[in-house]
Design a protein around this ligand. Structure first.
Ligand code: ADP
Length: 598
């Protein structure tokens, strides 16, 4: 901007200089002409006055010298040079120069003009006699008869005549200097008044281009510049608004992607990772944020998935397939590779979407296994019933002893069948969330005593002691029937899998915000490798023993399901030959009083 200011200043100076010179030239000419005319007419008037005084005073040219005395008198009042010239050009008298030194003036233009009959002859030139620039005016002198008998001439130095004095030049220079100073001052002022706001606008625009959207034009200047500044401010405001919107959208998009239950990964046109969400990290069991900018091949170790991505890149179209990833545990994912337009023109980026369906597939397997297992389990008692009834019908009916024995077996098998069907039904109801919870404050000890009553006979048969330790008289918010079912299944198992004369102890206590119910026996125990599986449906460590004990293989599955639903958890501690402890942890306050409606 300084450069521009300098240029404007220089331009004005040149313009001013040129105008000054032209003005000086024109006005000097005008002054000269005006002065010349004025003084010429003054000189001429003097000449005419003198002429009128001398005209008719002599009769012919020989008497011209008689006029010298008159001229000498006139010299006292007329300071200009007076010359008396004969018609032949000889100088008769000159007030300023000795006439003897003067040459013949016949060829002087003013003389020539008079001789040719003009009334007035004028001319300006450098005088050869006085050696200065002079204005000459000549008139004829006549006798009383009007005959021309001589020539009278007045001359004046031109500089004197022009009167373009040093004073005028001084004034003129003073005027120019002041004007020049004012021009510089005003040019500086205007250029600053215009230049500074433009500089500010430039500054604001620069800041905007550097993404500093809060920059604004604040100066006040001329309306046009302020309006330009206002436009820049509007632009900045719009830009700021748009940027905020973009940032907000970006934030929303990130939040959305980060909270999606699907793993998301973005690949650019060079097959490099540009974005990843937390679920993708979870699925792959690896922190992928450090892999941004790396090739996807460093991340996905699955041949099937890589093939799918390559197919998307080659065909530039959406790909979808169920792929299994061989990570620490096998994971099954529903993979979608979606092409989207890239940041650069004519490029395509790809979104890799992985939906972890391992659990879905596992549950599907559990269900199909359950159907197979349930059919298998149900077939055993049904086969027995069918076999015994056929044998009876084939004639064994006649033998009363065999009949009673068979009928007892059939009763036992049908009870087992009944138990199993009841358990299956209960599990299916629980899974379908058909059971409504009736949560109330319950004394856990009272529930244990109810269970002891039910199992008293079974325990007595095996001479097993049932003990309850509930020193803190624990109470908790829970569904009574479900808690009873949990304790019944655990204590029932403890009695079943503890040899005669053993003990089964129920210990109830508070632990922080939980009620802990421990069912401890000193029975046969569960081998370590089986411990994680006993909660599976129909899983039994020893099938024969379980069947003899009247087990269905579903008791612990039901317990696990109920405990989960009551927001608790169950732990198992067991040593083969020494005994088993099941530890149920339940919250004292139940959060969701009712299961969601089906
Ligand atoms: P079941 O009806 O066969 O008892 P459960 O689901 O209740 O079925 O138990 C699964 C298996 O866990 C049982 O078959 C048994 O082998 C083992 N088990 C359960 N409780 C105990 C225990 N207290 N002591 C030893 N083994 C047990």
């Amino acid at each position: 901007m300084r450069q521009l200011r300098g240029r404007i200043l220089l331009f004005f100076l040149i313009l001013f200089g040129a105008f000054s010179i032209i003005f000086f030239y024109i006005s000097s000419n005008v002054f000269t002409d005006q002065g010349l005319n004025q003084q010429a007419s003054g000189l001429e008037a003097q000449l005419r006055t003198l002429q009128s005084q001398l005209d008719g005073t002599i009769s012919d040219s020989t008497e011209l010298p008689e006029l010298i005395n008159d001229l000498k008198r006139a010299e006292a009042v007329i300071s200009e040079r007076i010359t008396l010239i004969s018609l032949t050009g000889d100088v008769i008298y000159d007030t300023h120069v000795d006439q003897s030194e003067l040459e013949n003036h016949l060829n002087r233009p003013e003389i020539q003009a008079v001789l040719s009959g003009e009334d007035l002859g004028t001319y300006d030139r450098i005088s050869s006699s006085t050696d200065d620039f002079r204005y000459y005016a000549a008139v004829p002198l006549s006798n009383a008869d009007g005959e021309r008998i001589g020539i009278l001439r007045l001359s004046k130095r031109v500089e004197e005549m022009v009167g373009f004095s040093d004073e005028l030049v001084r004034y003129f220079l003073l005027f120019i200097t002041i004007s020049l100073l004012l021009t510089i001052l005003f040019t500086f002022y205007w250029t600053k008044r215009i230049g500074d706001p433009i500089e500010e606008i430039k500054h604001v625009a620069k800041k905007l281009s550097h993404r500093k959207y809060d920059a604004r034009y604040q100066s006040t200047s001329y309306r046009e510049i302020d309006s330009l500044g206002g436009t820049i401010n509007n632009l900045a405001g719009n830009l700021q608004g748009q940027m905020q919107e973009i940032a907000q959208n970006d934030k929303r998009m990130r939040e959305l992607i980060n909270h999606l239950v699907i793993g998301v990964l973005l690949l650019d046109e060079n097959r490099q990772i540009t974005m990843v969400n937390p679920v993708m990290n979870e699925i792959l069991g690896e922190n992928l944020y450090g892999k941004i900018g790396h090739s996807y091949l460093e991340v996905f170790k699955s041949y099937g998935l890589n093939q799918l991505i390559e197919a998307a890149y080659e065909g530039n179209e959406l790909q979808n397939r169920e792929v299994s990833l061989l990570l620490q545990d096998e994971k099954i994912v529903d993979a979608n590779i979606v092409p989207i337009p890239g940041r650069l023109q004519n490029t395509t980026n790809y979104i890799v979407l992985l939906y972890d369906i391992t659990e879905i597939r596992r549950l599907e397997k559990v269900r199909t296994d359950f159907v197979a297992n349930a059919s298998h389990e149900l077939r055993t008692p049904i086969t027995a019933l069918k076999g015994f009834s056929e044998t009876l019908l084939d004639g064994a009916l006649e033998d009363r002893e065999v009949l009673i024995e068979f009928l007892e077996i059939m009763l036992k098998e049908s009870s087992r069948l009944d138990l199993m069907v009841q358990d299956i039904l209960q599990l299916s109801k629980l899974e379908q969330k058909q059971i409504r919870l009736n949560v109330e404050s319950i004394k856990a000890g009272a529930v244990a005593r109810e269970v002891f009553q039910i199992l008293q006979q079974k325990a007595e048969l095996k001479k097993i002691d049932l003990m309850l330790i509930d020193e803190e008289d624990v109470s908790l918010e829970v569904d009574h029937d479900q808690l009873k079912q949990i304790v019944l299944n655990l204590v029932g198992n403890a009695v079943s899998y503890t040899p005669e004369k053993g003990t089964v102890r129920v210990e109830i206590s508070y632990q922080e915000q939980e009620a802990v119910i421990k069912v401890i026996d000193n029975g046969i125990g569960i081998p370590p490798e089986e411990q994680s599986r006993v909660f599976e449906r129909f899983y039994r460590v020893d099938k024969a023993r379980s069947r003899n004990a009247g087990g269905t293989g579903l008791g612990l599955s039901i317990v696990k399901y109920l405990v989960d639903n009551l927001n608790g958890y169950i732990e198992l501690n067991s040593q083969v030959g020494k005994g088993t402890t099941f530890e149920v942890h339940l919250p004292l306050e139940f959060k969701n009083k009712f299961m969601p409606p089906n």
